[in-house]
Design a protein around this ligand. Sequence first.
Ligand code: B16
Ligand code: MG
Length: 231
Amino acid sequence: MKLQAVIFDLDGVVTDTAHLHFLAWQRIASEIGIVIDEQINEQLKGISRMDSLERILRHGGMEQRIGQQQRLQLAAQKNAFYVELLQQLHPGSVLPGIAPLLAELHAKHIRVGLASVSLNAPRILNALGLAGQFDFCADANTISRSKPDPEIFLAACEGLGCAPANCIGIEDAQAGIDAINASHMLSVGIGSQLKHADLLLASTAELSELCLQSFWLTKHGELSGRVKEGK
Ligand code: B16
Ligand code: MG
């Protein structure tokens, strides 16, 4: 079986915006008397804007006190701060190893997709100078369930015209790894804390087309070995 496509998460894989999300949420949370730390932020990775707010309110014991209207206002305010912070992004903000990997994948005719639940994904790709580098970007506006649901990864596979079994997904968040695994793609995790990634790398700098191809061959060798042994 041939590797046909590689599907990237955006925040934390292509560029590091998790800290910018944190700064914006911290500002909003403090306005309603909730203190959040980096540990809470870790749980917000890969989760949609409204789900993130829900988790912050729950953390502060305020989920019953803030109605839908106020939630929408808080989410809009958070996004306005976040978009302001995004102005600091530039092509140098692309994480190490990503630009060469994209070039290698294109050269080998392996399709490249994006599976980000961020509604700001097009703006971020433009700021990074990467807008033309993805063959298909799943549109977060059309997704009803955020990660760990596989919906966004399945939408990316469909847009690329590739079966999930022919794709690798790359993620930095546990919710994202769970989404990739649930979509029956092979998963590559970036970071040290992730569970159940088929391949775990310490940093994006370790990514290359060669590394992904040898991982693919090893995994498929193992799978066909198991089929032959009847396991
Ligand atoms: P926005 P990803 C996710 O992006 C972030 O990890 C998550 O922290 C954020 O809440 C979510 O996008 C929504 O972002 O508020 O910009 O729509 O990791 O799926 O690329
Ligand atoms: Mg991410």
